[in-house]
Design a protein around this ligand. Structure first.
Ligand code: SF4
Length: 205
């Protein structure tokens, strides 16, 4: 399995599918993980910092995510296989603020890497972070309900033998954690993730 996962990673590093299909992407693919990791984190897409460094969760959102999870940087990367819905920096919104959200066809093109990783890793815990990651993983289970953060954060699901615990995106641009009642939902999700992490075999403290 380890060789198969390494082969998938090598192919993903070389992937130019979005560029070849005419989509705007402004970095090479970004992810980090190794065979044997039992926790899988799925973000939306790398930002400009991650695209430059070619390492996930390097910017402010990553720092906030580690604060939420109460994990030091190296423990975070040792614990989670870090992937995302699309792997290449999608660039800025044309004429607007913030990063462009990857379009449905781009998400579809990139889903094969996620599916291969999940098949080969068979993680015990899967944490989708943010609306697009949650929809991609939970829509087959929940239908349109997967689009409502308020309905899914704080809940625990099972998918293909893994426990799935969604989180909102930790970007400062998201107002969701600051809305009434949502801090409690977030704390509930974080407590559930910590409990699952504590039970993973061979996990670094
Ligand atoms: S976003 Fe995904 S599918 Fe598109 S080029 Fe990057 S790795 Fe390939």
């Amino acid at each position: 399995m380890s060789a198969a996962l390494r082969a998938v990673q090598a192919a993903c590093l070389d992937c130019r599918a979005c560029h070849d299909a005419g989509f705007q992407v402004e970095s090479l693919s970004v992810f980090e993980g190794r065979p044997g990791q039992r926790a899988y984190l799925l973000g939306q897409a790398p930002g400009i910092v991650e695209g430059d460094e070619r390492r996930p969760w390097r910017g402010r959102a990553g720092k906030q995510l580690r604060r939420w999870l109460d994990l030091e940087e190296e423990t975070f990367y040792a614990t989670f296989y870090c992937a995302s819905v699309t792997r290449c920096y999608p660039g800025r919104v044309p004429g607007g603020r913030g990063d462009r959200a990857p379009s449905p066809p781009e998400r579809e093109l990139c889903a094969r890497w996620r599916d291969e990783e999940l098949r080969l890793l068979a993680p015990r815990l899967v944490v989708p972070v943010g609306g697009l990651a949650i929809q991609g993983l939970l829509e087959p289970l929940l239908g349109a309900a997967a689009k409502r953060l308020t309905g899914v954060i704080g809940e625990t699901y099972e998918r293909d033998g893994a426990i799935v615990i969604p989180l909102p995106h930790p970007s400062g641009a998201s107002s969701w954690p600051h809305q009434p009642g949502n801090r409690d939902r977030l704390e509930q999700a974080l407590a559930a993730i910590r409990a699952e992490l504590a039970g993973l075999p061979g996990r670094q403290a």
